[in-house]
Design a protein around this ligand. Structure first.
Ligand code: ZN
Ligand code: ZN
Length: 378
């Protein structure tokens, strides 16, 4: 598995230190596993990190000692890492460390520390006469992850490029009479064969009326002549996700199916042409939505145009309608997200086309190269 090298991690730490400085924090307790991986290369399912101005403390139990120590003698060693063994409870080990460090203002990741753990920690530190304030923070590390560094771009480009082989391998399984679940299994086998460690999410194969249900996964329905089929899948490579949706028609598509397909494809193209640094993400959504509205399909497009991709399959930035209660990020070079407009007509079927794009200095690179043509099978 490729891992970020020490210099890449050092740069991430430098950016986090700047963020801590802006918020007048001495340290950040990191409990989101993707953020822990981003800052340390530690990929275990357990672990807590405390980033101070001069060190990165990793709390792990005995299961991870060997892998962490071999990591620390490799080019992927985490700079300034201090490993601390957790004999029993992670929370007790964290309280002990915070007590020892004698910090005054410590941030916690509000979205990733339960109220119960927060209360316990506050009470325990107070009982030790610690005059430390634990402050809720939002998205400190997620903000750094929004702009991909050179290591991440290398991996994400590779992850997206391998989807071509997955399609070549698995789409021949699309035949009249084939069961949705069997087609999904063929796709997931092809993902593993192409080198992905796992599917990024449950593969979606939605045929005929099921294609109009955005939450449908894959079931026992047989592909039937006249069906539109939504195929939505992705893989995780070296920790990073890619995400693709392509469409098939079982037999010759009806004029109505073609009309739907052409409208979504036009919306998809318009959204991609709108991606430029300096624009709000909601402009990209509006570009797709306006095209679908012009085709009388405004109500048929019930979700956002895209989502960020990285260590998580759904991360920032959100590419959706402008809303008062959600951030509308300004696009910057280095952001990676999906463009996936769709139109769904209940009882008839739906169409979605999804690609992964990287914002560049003057527009975007489309990272997924698979043909966008409606695939006719059978
Ligand atoms: Zn998808
Ligand atoms: Zn997606």
């Amino acid at each position: 598995m490729r891992l970020a090298t020490s210099d890449v991690l050092a740069e991430r730490h430098r950016r986090l230190h700047d963020a801590l400085g802006r918020d007048a924090l001495d340290a950040l307790v990191v409990t989101n596993p993707s953020n822990i991986r981003y800052l340390t290369n530690h990929v275990g399912s357990a672990g807590t990190v405390v980033v101070t101005r001069d060190a990165v403390h990793l709390l792990v139990d005995f299961r991870y000692h060997e892998v962490v120590s071999s990591l620390q003698t490799s080019p992927a060693a985490c700079p300034t890492l201090l490993v601390r063994s957790v004999p029993a409870s992670y929370d007790e080990a964290l309280a002990d460390l915070l007590t020892e460090l004698r910090l005054t203002s410590v941030g916690i990741e509000a979205a990733h520390l339960t109220v119960a753990r927060h209360e316990w920690l506050t009470k325990t530190l107070a009982s030790r006469a610690q005059s430390m304030s634990l402050r809720s923070t939002q998205r400190l590390v997620e903000q750094l992850r929004l702009i991909k560094d050179r290591f991440e771009l290398q991996v994400i480009r590779d992850a997206a490029a391998r989807l071509e082989a997955v399609v070549d391998q698995s789409f021949p399984a699309l035949r009249p009479g084939a069961i949705e679940r069997d087609v999904a299994a063929a796709i997931e086998r092809a993902l593993r064969k192409a080198g992905y460690e796992r599917p990024a999410f449950d593969t979606i194969v939605a045929s005929g009326p099921n294609s109009a249900l955005p939450h449908h996964r894959a079931a026992s329905r047989k592909l039937t002549p006249g069906d539109l089929v939504v195929l939505d899948f992705g893989g995780v490579l070296d920790g990073y996700c890619c995400d693709l949706t392509r469409m098939a028609s079982v037999g010759t598509p009806s004029p109505e199916a073609e009309r739907l397909y052409d409208a979504v494809r036009e919306a998809h193209r318009a959204a991609i042409e709108t991606v430029k640094p300096g624009r709000p993400a909601s402009d990209v959504d509006a570009a797709a939505r306006d095209v679908l509205k012009a085709h009388g399909l405004g109500d048929a497009f019930g979700h956002g145009t895209g989502h960020g991709l990285g260590l998580d399959v759904h991360e920032e930035p959100r590419v959706g309608r402008r809303r008062a209660d959600a951030p509308d990020p300004i696009l910057e070079p280095g952001m990676v997200f999906t463009i996936e407009p769709g139109a769904y007509l209940a009882g008839f079927g739906g169409v979605r086309i999804e690609d992964d794009v990287l914002v560049t200095e003057n527009g975007c690179d489309v990272l997924t190269s698979v043909s966008r043509d409606l695939r006719i099978c059978g």
